[in-house]
Every structure is written in structure tokens, then in C-alpha cells.
Design a protein around this ligand. Sequence first.
Ligand code: OTU
Length: 641
Amino acid sequence: MQLAPALRTTAELRFTQHAPTLITRLSQLYATRFADDVQLKNWCLQLMQVMADALQARPAGLQALDQQRSQQPDWFTREDRLGYCAYTDRFAGTLQGVIQRIPHLQQLGVTYLHLLPFLKARAGENDGGFAVSDFNQVEATLGSMQDLEQLTQALRESGISLCSDFILNHVADDHPWAIAARAGDAKYRDYFYHYPDRTVPDQFEATLGQVFPQVAPGNFSYIDALQSWVWTTFYPYQWDLNYSNPAVFLDMTAAMLQLANRGIEVFRLDSTAFLWKRPGTTCMNQPEAHWILQCLRCITEITMPGVLLKAEAIVATRDLPAYLGDAQRGVQECHLAYHSSLMAAAWVAVAEQDTSLISAVIAGTPQLPPNTSWLSYVRCHDDIGWNVLRPEASLQATDVEQRLSAVSQFFAGQGDSFASGASFQASDPAAVHGTVGMAAALCGLSRATDAEQSRTAVQRQLLLYGLSFCFGGMPLIYMGDEFAQENNEDYRSVAAHQYDARWLHRPQWNEALATRSQTAGNAAHLCSSGLQRLLQWRRKLPQLQAQAARRLLHTNSSSLLAFSRGEAHAPFVFIGNFSDQPQTVTLSVLAQQLPSAQPSGSAISGCWKTPDGAVPPDILLIPAWSQCWLIASNLSATGVN
Ligand code: OTU
């Protein structure tokens, strides 16, 4: 292989550093899968070739980025990082159209854009692009690979990294591998899990969960052409890949590296929890699933260290940290991971007007390993899944089912609720599964009957976003939320969408709303100006970088959530009021819980400030659904929003 000498030297260095872990993990996963050593050696050589090809083909601009980021491995954890998430077609029509929207992203201060799946997807129903037919082609209606390269470059020049889904758990049933399997090709049959009868599927089903229990019950689909039951965790047309087959690992690695060379800087690794199956388990979070991710990490470290891996694992809080590796054991895995239980728990706090569950989630969230970050968010394109909260909910309630079901029903607008979402995938309204709806609708905007109620709804949404800005992660704005956009009912008449209520919160970009948000006197403006204000503060607060330590603070109200960040500097304190009543907090009592606090009993009200420079009273009133950002001890600061 011909590589420029400088590149060769750095690549060799990186290889020396990461190859030992890579080899260990690959042997654990695959050594026993080969008939003899010759086959094993050939496979290893093929993998090396895939890596060498990717390195060789890596454009100079991306190599420079790799170099730069290797020297600053915490680049994505800073307080000025901000994500934005959208569907290409709904946001801007096409990939070229996204280029036209860069000014909007820049105005918000976005540094990271997650475009939902844009690769060639199955025709007809395709789970919003999550059923990929070709990793090497862009969906024709959205553009071409050339457009993708132009977009990544334009974004990069604007300081924005493109994040793309890499849907590695499954492919569409019309992906060439599935087509070959159906045609009887033995090699490709084994890219999937297939069983001639129900014996093995039934054994697995005994311990498996269900992602879409209503429209896609069970985890296996009978495929006539294969005369077999094929593993389909999600929809029947999404065939799970068999990662116990080394050929699958090899081909998927090649697909990911080739996409990275188009300029994708972050991969959202979809459904990472499901990558390995083991009888008698939920087939989620298995050690081998982590080893696969650790191998992908080693491979990107060697060939393209500027690229980030983001785990999408919608799992209980206790299972999340492993996706970010383990610093004590020297294990590196993904750089980023969605904190889905924090997101869901924040919504529980809104419904219950009680912060005990979210406090338990925060208490159960350990310090991040170096150079990693949470992805903190309020809404995304999926439902809010309540099941991830069962462990925390069961610590506090005897009837977990009843508790989470009450939350779900609240957001479906039952009783005296202000929300107007819907339950997801539950035919029985009392069953606990998920909730769909845009943040603004769940916060009460759609049912507001006067300006005061609209303002309160926006306050709730800003409270949730404020929490995601302060928690300690890279926050993500979901398209439309910057204008408090509401639900979109159109999906009911679209054949490919009508069975999946998540389309309720996947609206089209609304130009009229965007324009309206620029003039005062409406909810869109209140929301967008409120977000901008919070983001301006955030960018000035090094205490809010992802890595800064967090400490939960005790208050005398069950509706308040308070925590400090960054005690190495002047501590920052977030106080959120999750209730429709004003609450008071005694700042000196909060200060006593900080390590730098004054001796117990002494009034330190002089140690806090509000934005206009005023010193808040020691007993501070926090209005309903409001938040307060404060800096203790060095007296610089922010205030009540
Ligand atoms: C992911 O989601 C995607 O985000 C979904 O949009 C896809 O439908 C799915 O994978 C299949 O590709 O469990 O950890 O609303 O939370 O399907 C992966 C349900 C997942 C999603 C769930 C999810």
C-alpha cells in the first residue's frame, strides 16, 4: 500500500496503540468461527485491507481534521457545542436544500447536524429510512453521493459536523444481501438469523421484549422464499444482521468507513443494544455487542480518529454508561451516548410535578469517562419510551405499571391534562409503552386557550431545554422545537406512515412559523428568543462543559430540581421548578451543599447574582415552570428565565 510518508507514520503509531485491543476483541468474537487458522488469517487480512483502503482513500481535508482532533480529543464536549436534528426532506427537501439552511443553523449556534436516514431505503414503508437498501447510495429523492459530499464540505466550512445514522443492526428486506439470501445463496442466508421452525424462535421469545408490539408483534417473521423464520426485532421488513458471522462485521465495517470518507463526522449507531443474541436473555446489552462497538472504535481510531461514534441505546440508566467505555479498565467505546432515561424522566417530572424520579436518574448517572459526552435531548423522532424508567420508578412506587401508565395517559391528554400527545403502540390505554407528540404539544401549547396558557406551555418547554443545556452533555434541538412547532396530523392519510404514530411529531419545516418567530407577541417568538437567551448564557459558562462534575442539591420542595456543575470553577447551579405553583429556595441552604460553601449558618446571599446584576434575596421565589441559573461565590452570573 502506498501512503504518503507522514500519513504512514501517524497511521502506524495509531495502529500500534489500538491494534492490541482490536485483536483481543476480534478473537473473543470470532476466533472460534473459522474452520482453521488459514481461514482466520485470510479474514484478518481482508479486514486490514478494508482499513488500508479507507485510509488511502481518505480525502486530505478529512485527514487534516483527524490530525487536529487527535490533538484535541475533547473538542465535542465543550459548552459551545450544540446539535440539531431533522429529516432531510422535511427540513429542506434535499441534501442541497440543507446547504441553504446553514444560516438558520448558524444563527442558533449549531455545531453538529444530525440528518435522519438519507441513504437509499426500501420502497414503500421503510421506517423513515431506517430500512436501508444500499449503504453506498443516497435516496434518489434527496440527492446523490456527490450532493452528500458537497453538503458535508459546506457544513464543515461553517463549523458544523454532519452526523449520519449508521443502521448496523439490520438491513431492509430488499438490500442485496437479503435478495441474495432469498434467492438461495447460502453465504448470504447466513448474514441473517433464520430458523426452519418455531422451536428456537419460541425459546428466544420467552425472554425478548417488543419494540412495536401493536403493529409488529414478536421478533421473527416467516419469509416464504427462505422457508424460515427470520429475526426481525423491529418491522418484518428490517432483517437483523447476524454479527456472529465475521463476514457481516467485515462488510459493515467497510460500509461505515466508506461513508466516513464522504465527510460524515459522527455516526449515530442505531439500535446498538440489539447487536448480539443470547438465549435466555433480552438479547440487549450483551457483552459481545459492546465488543463489536469497541472494535469499531479501534478501527476508526486507527484510520480516521476525527470521526465520532454515538451510541443509540434506549436502555435503563444502569446499562447506559458501558456504551461510553470504562476508563478504569482502559476500555474505549462510543464517544457519545443518548441519555434516554434522563429525557424520559424529565417528562415524568412534568406530568407528576415531582422531581423524585429524575433525581434518581441523575443520582444513578456516573461521572463520564474522559473525552466522552452524553447526548442530552428533550424530543427526538422516536416515541418517549417509558419502560427504561422501570428500575427508578420501582424504587419509589409499589405499582410501577400504574405510575408509568398514569404518565402515559397524562400526555395522551386524559383527565385534566394540558398535554395533547398520544400513546404509542398501546391498544390498551393502561399499558405502558411510549408517548408521541411534539414537545410544544406535550407542554400544553395546543390546548392553550389564552396568551397566559401559551406562555406557560412555552415556559415548560424552555425548562426542559434548559435542563438539557445544563445537565452535562451535547444538547440537541429537534427541528421545529426552536419555534414551539406543534403536532402534524397529516401522517394519517399517508399510506407509508399511517400505522406509525411517531409521524405525529415529524412535521414539515414551517416557513410561516419561522418568520413569525422573529416578531414578538406569539409563542414561536417566546420560544425561539428564550432558547437563544439560554444558549447565549450556556456558551459563556465553562462549568457546563460535558465533563464538568455534577452534584444533586437538596431543596425543600419535591417539585424543584437543583444541581451544581463545575465545582472546579465557581460552581454553577441550575434550579428548575416543575410545578404550576411558585416555589421558594433558600440559597444559603443550597450553598452549604457545595464544597466551597460558607460555614453552616452564615448568610451568603451576597454570593449570587442575577443577570441585571442584582443580588437575589436569600429566599428566592422561582415562578411556576421556571428555571434559575446562578453562579455561586465569584459573583458573576445569570438569572431567572
Ligand atoms: C431506532 O429506535 C430508531 O431511532 C428508530 O427510529 C427505528 O425505528 C429503530 O431504531 C429501528 O431502526 O429501540 O435502540 O420508537 O425508540 O425503535 C433502538 C422506538 C430502538 C424506538 C426504537 C429505537
